[in-house]
Design a protein around this ligand. Structure first.
Ligand SMILES: [Zn+2]
Ligand SMILES: [Zn+2]
Length: 172
């Protein structure tokens, strides 16, 4: 019985993971900024603007983890915290204003308190947010994708190599 409910839980979890997986990318055909949510994750990706699609999803996954960019097929992806920078900035800005106001009203404890709450909130959000994979070549962001636990983080050298390639390609 316990095993059954565990199985059901795993199925629900997998389904949830599949449903929430989505890719933010620039369409290689029309250049538009698009979002696609392939379901299952290895289903073809497509642009709803011009009809461009790529259906090599099965080869993009290795042992169930995303190993290649779903948009351009590049095998260099870096792991990044899926944390909206605007949210972090909004928290810090609000805390800074509140802290300055408290300081102006001669409330130093409150002023420091606001900053500490902001730092704590940031830390909490940061640790709860998952990771996403970003493509070095086309900058497509693969949110909520299954990835290897030891997937590498950003590497400046690799990024520079792709930047040079891009410049050469565009003839700059
Ligand atoms: Zn398009
Ligand atoms: Zn790519």
């Amino acid at each position: 019985m316990l095993f059954l409910s565990e199985c059901r839980f795993a199925v629900v979890l997998t389904r949830l993971k599949c449903m929430s997986s989505h890719i933010i990318f620039q369409c290689p055909a029309c250049g538009g900024r698009k979002v696609t949510a392939p379901d299952p994750p290895d289903a073809p990706v497509c642009c709803d603007g011009c009809g461009w699609s790529r259906s090599e999803g099965v080869a993009d996954y290795q042992s169930g983890s995303l190993a290649r960019c779903r948009i351009c097929g590049c095998s260099d992806l870096w792991r990044q915290k899926d944390f909206p920078p605007a949210l972090g900035l909004a928290i810090v800005a609000t805390a800074a204003v509140a802290s300055c106001t408290a300081w102006a009203w001669y409330q130093p404890v409150l002023a420091i308190g606001f900053l500490m709450v902001a730092a704590f909130l940031d830390m909490l959000l940061y640790s709860f947010m998952g990771d996403m994979l970003v493509c070095y070549r086309c900058a497509a962001r693969h949110r909520k994708s299954v990835m290897r636990d030891d997937h590498p983080r950003f590497d400046l050298e690799t990024a520079e190599r792709y930047r040079q390639q891009d410049l050469k390609r565009r003839g700059v």
